[in-house]
Design a protein around this ligand. Structure first.
Ligand SMILES: [Fe+2]
Ligand SMILES: [Fe+2]
Length: 313
């Protein structure tokens, strides 16, 4: 059995003191929004409780699906690198960037430099830009494939992008790892699902992503961005593919979104006979330790039937 932990959207805070010169363009919007909406609901102690609970479960690997920071200031990016070092060895932790990590032009490349060790293909060098994505890591019989959907956008927008270059590279990786009979996990920040988030937060390239999975196959898709513990399925080459979201790992109880959670994904079996069990663990109230909130089989004979995303047109 391989235990994969999934967490997302830590939005590390509190925000460091921001210099006036940093508060230009899009960052003014983000700074005001952050103070208005997030500061009271995103807390370090919440993140620490989630990470402590996750580590106690001794996962074989940790997937972090983006939005580690808020405004992608240099100091935030460095703070997140230190947080990643505490989270785990780069060999055992895989990260994909989110829209907040690429909040302004230039931030994405800085993130590649700072967090590159957690986004590096086996035997490769750390990514220098988005051309290095998707990356591939193989741990036991699990293929971890990290796609980036992050890109700087206009103020008030939180859209993501899955374009032709990544489609081509993802298709090749899915074929290669499928031929090796591996359990293929695709990590992407934005949900590749039409109904998952509003238009200003959507992924451009949902149809392209779904067709890629339909033609080349995958066993599991993990995403963040919605801050919701959602579950969908899309059609894959070898059967239904669960698409799993998670609550923001920094979300304190009492906000409009569910309190902080992480997903425990236990994978067993072999090609043609995989079993996948999802347990959601998280907070139920202030000062309460994380507990198991639900558990269900997503692959195998006892798998449940979650919401099905219609076939791509
Ligand atoms: Fe987020
Ligand atoms: Fe996001």
């Amino acid at each position: 059995m391989f235990r994969l932990a999934h967490l997302s959207d830590v939005h590390l805070g509190p925000l460091p003191d921001v210099a006036y010169r940093d508060l230009v363009s899009k960052r003014i919007t983000g700074y005001v929004n952050w103070h208005r909406n997030r500061r009271q609901f995103l807390h370090d102690s919440v993140i620490d409780a989630i990470i402590g609970d996750m580590k106690a479960a001794a996962p074989d690997h940790v997937a972090v699906t983006g939005d580690l920071v808020n405004l992608a200031l240099d100091i935030e990016i460095d703070m997140a690198r230190q947080w990643l070092e505490l989270l785990g060895n780069p060999h055992d932790v895989s990260v994909v960037p989110g829209n907040h990590d690429a909040y302004v032009p230039g931030a994405f490349d800085k993130v590649c430099r700072a967090w590159g060790n957690w986004m590096t293909s086996d035997g490769g060098s750390p990514p220098r830009d988005r051309e290095a994505f998707p990356y591939l890591r193989i741990r036991e019989n699990i293929a971890l494939i990290g796609v980036t959907s992050a890109r700087a956008t206009a103020p008030f927008m939180a859209t993501g992008y899955f374009r032709e270059g990544q489609r081509r590279r993802l298709a090749k990786l899915l074929d290669e790892t499928g031929a090796k009979n591996l359990f293929r996990v695709v990590m992407i920040h934005h949900p590749p699902i039409r109904s998952a988030v509003g238009a200003h937060k959507r992924l451009f390239g949902i149809g392209r992503f779904q067709k890629t999975v339909l033609r080349h196959g995958a066993e599991l898709v993990l995403h963040g961005h919605s801050h919701m513990p959602s579950l969908y399925t899309i059609d894959g080459k070898d059967g239904r593919v669960p698409v799993v979201g998670v609550s923001a790992a920094g979300q304190a109880p009492g906000g409009s979104r569910p309190a902080a959670q992480w997903n425990q994904l236990d994978i067993s079996g072999e090609k043609g006979n995989w079993t996948l069990r999802l347990a959601r663990r998280g907070l139920t109230g202030a000062s309460m330790p994380p507990v198991e909130l639900s558990s269900m089989d997503l692959l195998g004979e006892t798998a449940v039937m979650p919401v099905v995303e219609p076939l791509p047109l």
